[in-house]
Design a protein around this ligand. Structure first.
Ligand code: AMP
Ligand code: TRP
Length: 330
């Protein structure tokens, strides 16, 4: 069985866009792959601000993933900072990565422009991500398109290292989440629904109250022709609501159009709100259970020895390959 690994940053509450675009797919993958999911809390240190409560967000994120259907029996869930081999390997890989390569990363260029007083960690961020991936002989890395370049640099580092020192790392592939399910902002439907949007009325968060969800959907931007028809270009608002309904109900776009062909926008929006409320209420009930139980600690305790052992073996092999430390029989 191929091994799949992904990391999630514990920043902000997850949106309906994350759920439909990424988490639902992870729930499908868990049956086909040996899956590792970790909270990339060390990566969050690169953009620290006073509002970030990383410890609390980490627990909440794990509870939400479990509530969304990530099965702890099928996925090895852990926290990055609990396994010290990630940063150990990252240093060695940094010494095998060129300054020029890291200078070309889109995310670094963008984030360093916004805040010129950035840390060295923001610059070396992709190397820690490469260590996360390469420690576990990962075959596939499911990520959004914005992270593709980071998976590619992990591939480049692995290929280069293997060539220089002999076969050490599995070369990972990127698994880009399908683009058909991009959920747009409810107020400005030409923009992606994003955790960091300034106007929160356009964004549905998984822990929003029922009345907030209904208010946001009922006041979503639409158009003036009153037809429930998918046309992304001319009817972005209605098309977005159709996408949401079709994803959550597991029906095709055409079936949604057929179901609402005689409806006005008010009735259609009410139906979208009903299905979103139904789905998120179920998730929230499970979330409340997990966050108030000792399940999460138990899962993390059970997994840490397993992931440390895998990571230690790889780290020892790397040390042997580059000839540092004490000689050991592997
Ligand atoms: P982010 O919240 O940007 O870190 O993205 C985390 C994951 O959720 C990535 O796989 C994204 O592709 C996915 N994602 C984020 N926002 C949306 C959205 N509005 N629609 C669909 N997928 C999304
Ligand atoms: N950088 C990723 C993000 O912001 C999170 C991440 C860290 C990750 N390490 C990873 C994703 C390893 C996949 C594999 O979304």
């Amino acid at each position: 069985m191929k091994r799949l690994l992904t990391g999630l940053q514990p920043t902000g509450v997850i949106t309906l866009g994350n759920y439909i675009g990424a988490i639902k797919q992870m729930v499908e993958y868990q049956n086909d792959y040996e899956s590792y999911i970790f909270v990339a809390d060390l990566h969050s240190l690169t953009v620290l601000n006073d509002e970030n409560n990383i410890k609390e967000n980490t627990k909440s994120l794990i509870a939400l993933y479990l509530a969304c259907g990530i099965d702890p029996k099928k996925n090895t869930i852990f926290i990055q900072s609990d396994n010290e081999y990630h940063t150990n390997l990252a240093w060695i890989l940094e010494c095998h990565t060129y300054f020029g390569e890291l200078s070309r990363m889109h995310q670094f260029k963008e984030k360093s422009k916004k805040n010129t007083n950035f840390s060295a960690g923001l610059f070396t961020y992709p190397v820690l991500m490469a260590a996360d991936i390469l420690l576990y002989d990962t075959d596939l890395v499911p990520v959004g398109i914005d992270q593709k370049q980071h998976v590619e640099i992990a591939r480049d580092i692995a290929i280069r290292f293997n060539k220089k020192y002999g076969e050490t790392f599995t070369v990972p592939d990127c698994l880009i989440t399908k683009s058909g399910t991009k959920i747009m902002d409810l107020v400005t439907p030409d923009k992606k629904m994003s955790k960091s949007a300034e106007n929160k009325r356009g964004v549905i968060y998984l822990l929003d109250s029922e009345s907030d969800i209904r208010k946001k959907i009922m006041s979503a931007t639409t158009d003036s022709d009153m037809l429930v028809k998918y046309d992304k270009e001319n009817k972005p608002g209605i098309s977005n609501l159709i996408s949401i309904y079709s994803s959550l109900k597991n029906v095709s776009i055409e079936e949604v159009e057929e179901e609402f062909k005689n409806s006005n926008y008010g009735n259609f929006k009410r139906a979208v709100a009903d299905i979103v409320v139904e789905e998120l209420t179920k998730i929230q009930e499970k979330y409340n259970y997990y966050i108030n139980s000792d399940c999460i600690d138990k899962i993390l305790d059970e997994n840490i020895d397993k992931v440390r052992k895998i990571a230690k073996d790889k780290y020892d092999l790397v040390k042997e390959r580059i000839s540092i430390g004490r000689s050991k029989k592997l």
